[in-house]
Design a binder for this molecule. Structure first.
Ligand code: C2E
Ligand code: MG
Ligand code: MG
Ligand code: MG
Length: 279
């Protein structure tokens, strides 16, 4: 009995793995048409100044509406797009959408507004023209480079042998701002904070989620804020869902919050409404 159950389990296991890999192959194939078939949109999640409650920034988040599968999470398809190379074209498209939207919002609300865009490490590999193209685009649409923030994860900065650090420094020189995404979950060698003159740290939502006065996360968040401020870096807490989290983050002097408490990621038109209400 044990033996046949074992075999059954084994067969079930491989079948699930086969299905998983079939699914990924399918998504990988479908990603090649997704952009041209207009299946992507960009949603925007407000980033709120905790002291005033005003929206100063928003993060651009890619959405894929698959014709048969429905909405597919970027957590699933971004790694596949990195593997099959479509991330370059898709990433440039997201950037173009996001900065155009930011330029439009600037003229609409008549005050400073920053857009943050996620970048995969892969997007920094090769493709030396990327910085030049981006700067040209920003000039064309009259959006100052300082209104654009590139979100990268810590892992990128540890790539000491590749050419990523040089590219990042070129972004900096052009005036584009840099945020470290999911801060606290990566290698955290901290020395890069100085080297790259980082502008923002985004505290990962795994810290925010467990915030309470007695939790270790409270001490960690406080320490992150103190360190960041001493280095002239602003802090954004991700995944703020409750009033308690908002209050505790304010208490420790965290600058900005982002999360379902304020708003989920919304289409461009909805962001504009939120911003106009915020005047
Ligand atoms: P991320 O950059 O850390 O983005 C934050 C994620 O947290 C988003 O998930 C957002 O919808 C979600 N989130 C926001 N507030 C809350 C909250 O209060 N509670 C919870 N539980 N979650 C919240 P999303 O949109 O599914 O994106 C997942 C990841 O996919 C992103 O993580 C980012 O790493 C990647 N991604 C999304 N768009 C792009 C893109 O255009 N380019 C690249 N390279 N990666 C992207
Ligand atoms: Mg991000
Ligand atoms: Mg994050
Ligand atoms: Mg992430």
């Amino acid at each position: 009995v044990a033996k046949s159950a074992g075999r059954g389990c084994y067969r079930f296991f491989t079948k699930a793995m086969q299905q998983e890999s079939d699914f990924r192959i399918r998504l990988s194939n479908d990603l090649h048409q997704a952009l041209h078939s207009k299946q992507f949109t960009v949603h925007y999640q407000p980033i709120v100044e905790l002291n005033t409650g005003h929206i100063h920034k928003a993060e651009a988040l890619l959405r894929w509406q698959h014709p048969e599968l429905g909405a597919v999470s970027p957590a699933i398809f971004i790694p596949i797009a990195e593997d099959n190379g479509t991330i370059h074209e898709i990433g440039n498209w997201v950037f173009t959408q996001a900065v155009n939207q930011a330029a439009h919002i600037q003229s609409l609300i008549g005050r400073d507004f920053q857009i943050t865009v996620n970048k995969s490490p892969i997007q920094f590999k090769g493709h030396d023209e990327i910085i030049h193209n981006w700067i040209t685009l920003l000039n064309d649409i009259n959006l100052p480079a300082k209104n654009v923030v590139v979100e990268i994860t810590e892992g990128i900065l540890m790539d000491v042998v590749g050419d990523i650090p040089d590219k990042l420094l070129a972004f900096r020189e052009a005036g584009i701002k840099i945020a470290i995404d999911d801060f606290g979950t990566g290698y955290s060698s901290l020395s890069y904070l100085k080297k790259f003159d980082v502008d923002y740290l985004k505290i990962d939502q795994s810290f925010t989620r467990h915030l309470s006065l007695n939790a270790p996360e409270f001490a960690l968040c406080e320490a992150i804020v103190v360190m960041a401020h001493r280095l002239n870096i602003k802090v954004i807490a991700e995944g703020v869902e409750t009033e308690l989290q908002r209050e505790l983050l304010k208490l420790i002097g965290c600058d900005y919050g982002q999360g379902y408490l304020f708003s989920k990621p919304v289409p461009a038109a909805e962001l504009e409404i939120l911003l106009q209400k915020d005047l």
